[in-house]
Ligand binder design. Structure first.
Ligand code: PRX
Length: 617
């Protein structure tokens, strides 16, 4: 049953390609595979513009139906019909063209959760520009690294963002980033007025976006792209080196976004779909923008936090707008659960039909609470496993077809060949645990890392030749369900933010007198995982606060460790390798389970580290 698609995969995929509106329909599905240089293409001779699938066809068929509902944290609501949204996108696309953006140029988008964040992505796609959306929580240096890598010609930012009671100085941070960036690709900065604050404008470079939009035409002929032309670059962290820009393409990614949105959530044009992710994450790309819009589903966007200005705000949003499918993160679920059930019981939540979770292991407690209290026992909870690299959902209980179970991502979607391999590359057959790999390509996979195909091959295809290695481990249960057990590389998942420990360590190493350090992840009740750093610092060198500040500067506040322990030395093997496994146990206070220490270069170091952790710092 599950592998019916496999019998004639090419026919299956050609049928799936028909989800999109093509200018020239493709005549072939996959070419290339995961061997050698892992150059894979899908639907390569097709030509299209993704925005025609997301906008024009719905605007033609149902111009006045609702495409997007946006609610601000102050309660202001914007409702856009398909005709309205198409016009807004065309205006922005014309404004970008007027500002000199051409097909193939990169455009950096650095915007809060306002309607324009979606409009700007689609506007780039309209003219064939490649968007790179940058998280509002990145520090100036974090932004500068990505600007230097992606070399955009234009940046769209906002004066400021609202986040609960806080105001985030977006433009100021971007100015700082642009002055730190070593490249000079950015010719223009367009500034959207969100709060209306006065912000410094650099003559010759910065322009107010509002007047440009007001003067722009409401029709814009789409650029016609080849299926394999890049649609966007999105940065994510890995276990080594700087963040990498994954490249997703116009044809295959869109097919995957549409297919997975429909299959995982059973979603269609009658739904009001709310994915709470920020558009700067892959989840926002695929399930706020491209998937639901391709499928003609009404998208709901909310500007703010779950519990601001009062607890239960997200539940009010669901009731007010009749949300039918609600897709969020375990971190948000745990935070709302902690507020107690009274807040929930006071809301109807009758419109909900399906609930979804993404980004980190949900765990049985949070799953069961979500199911029983939010879904009132009648909505399936779809735990979706996937990654920035996969473009869309890979393993999830397809709503209505696969029975969910608490804390288990269940089965691969049609078209996904998930396998478990042991350390030697031997497949784990039947029940058991192994490294989660994908044995065949699917249309939504990232095609390369921006600027470094070698790094793409080395990162994903070198561990198990012929397979894409996800970096996660999983357990196949007796009934064939997959339970994701977590990362097996040096990546820590803090509230769904993927953070490479190497990036944290290189920030900490800049501290005065820091001799060496190690960053590790530990279980955290609300965030899923928290970061802890152990650092050896010379007398008189940097303290905990200074080292945390270095991480905030280099990456962003979201990556600041829970604790930085200043220790005399790190546990090492005789060959000098830091034994992170021990540090994880000590930081998690599992000191009864440290195991055999006799292979360490200096077993006594462990006792001294435990004393520091137990002493609280
Ligand atoms: O470790 C897995 C975890 O998040 C990683 C991917 O992070 P990112 O590229 O930022 O994409 C997040 C949105 C898809 C994975 O390698 N992860 C994601 N979803 C789940 C998960 N872990 C367990 N269960 C999930 N449902």
């Amino acid at each position: 049953m599950a592998s019916a698609w496999k019998a004639d995969a090419a026919t299956f995929w050609m049928q799936q390609s028909a989800r999109l509106l093509w200018r020239e329909a493709p005549t072939q599905a996959q070419a290339g595979d995961f061997t050698g240089t892992a150059h894979v293409t899908w639907f390569a001779d097709g030509r299209l513009n993704p925005t025609e699938s997301c906008l024009d066809r719905h605007a033609a068929a149902r111009p006045d139906a609702c495409a997007l509902i946006w609610e601000g944290q102050d309660g202001r609501t914007i409702r856009l019909s398909w005709a309205d949204l198409l016009q807004r996108v065309c205006r922005m696309a014309n404004a970008l063209r007027e500002a000199g953006v051409a097909k193939g140029d990169r455009v950096a988008l650095h915007l809060p959760a306002v309607v324009e964040s979606v409009v700007a992505m689609l506007a780039c796609a309209r003219i064939g520009a490649v968007h790179m959306v940058l998280f509002g929580g990145f520090s100036a240096e974090g932004l500068a690294d990505r600007l230097d890598d992606g070399t955009p010609v234009l940046v769209v930012t906002a004066d400021e963002a609202r986040r609960g009671a806080k105001i985030i100085p977006m433009k100021r941070t971007m100015d700082d980033a642009l002055s730190r960036a070593t490249g000079d690709s950015v010719r223009t900065v367009l500034v959207l007025a969100v709060t209306g604050a006065d912000v410094p404008m650099t003559a010759g470079r910065d322009r107010a976006l509002g007047p440009l939009l007001d003067g722009a035409d409401t029709a814009c002929a789409p650029a016609i792209l080849a299926a394999e032309d890049p649609l966007f670059v999105l940065y994510t962290s890995g276990s080594t080196g700087k963040p990498k820009g994954l490249v997703h393409v116009a044809g295959g990614y869109m097919v995957w976004a549409s297919l997975t949105h429909e299959v995982a959530f059973g979603c269609g044009s009658e739904d009001v779909f709310w994915c709470t992710a920020d558009t700067s994450w892959i989840t926002g790309h695929t399930y706020v923008v491209y998937g639901p819009l391709a499928n003609g589903t009404t998208v709901l966007m909310y500007e703010g936090l779950p519990s601001w200005p009062t607890p239960g705000r997200w539940w009010d949003v669901i009731d007010r707008h009749g949300v039918t499918v609600f897709y969020t993160s375990p971190t948000a679920i745990r935070a709302m659960k902690a507020e107690g059930n009274d807040i929930l019981e006071a809301r109807g939540l009758d419109s909900l039909r399906v609930l979804g979770s993404v980004g980190e292991p949900i765990g049985e407690d949070a799953w069961t609470w979500f199911h029983d209290h939010v879904g009132k026992g009648r909505c399936p909870v779809v735990d979706t496993w996937w990654q920035t690299e996969t473009g869309g959902i890979m393993i999830a209980p397809a709503a209505g077809a696969v029975a969910p179970r608490p804390g288990v991502a269940t089965r691969p979607l049609p078209g996904v060949e998930a396998v478990l391999l042991d350390a030697a590359g031997v497949p784990v057959v039947g029940e058991g645990e192994g490294n989660l790999c994908l044995a065949a390509s699917w249309p939504g996979q990232a095609r390369t890392i921006w600027g470094s195909h070698d790094r793409f091959v080395a990162t994903y295809f070198a561990t198990y030749p012929g397979h894409y290695f996800t970096g996660d481990a999983a357990r196949r249960e007796a009934d064939g369900y997959f339970r994701i057990t977590g990362r097996v590389d040096d990546v820590v998942n803090v509230s769904g933010h993927r953070i490479g420990t190497a990036e944290i360590e290189s920030a900490v190493m800049r501290g005065e007198g820091v001799v060496e350090c190690a960053a590790i992840g530990v279980p955290h009740g609300l965030k899923g995982e928290g970061l802890v750093v152990f650092a050896v610092v010379q007398p008189g060198g940097a303290g905990e606060a200074a080292l945390k500040a270095l991480v905030a500067d280099a990456i962003g506040r979201y990556a600041v460790p829970e604790a930085v322990y200043l220790v005399a030395d790190l546990p090492k093997t005789r060959s000098g390798k830091i034994v992170r496994r021990l540090l994880r146990k000590i930081a998690a206070r599992e000191i009864d389970a440290l195991g055999d220490l006799s292979t360490l270069a200096d077993p006594d170091a462990v006792g001294r580290i435990i004393a520091v952790v137990q002493g609280g710092g």
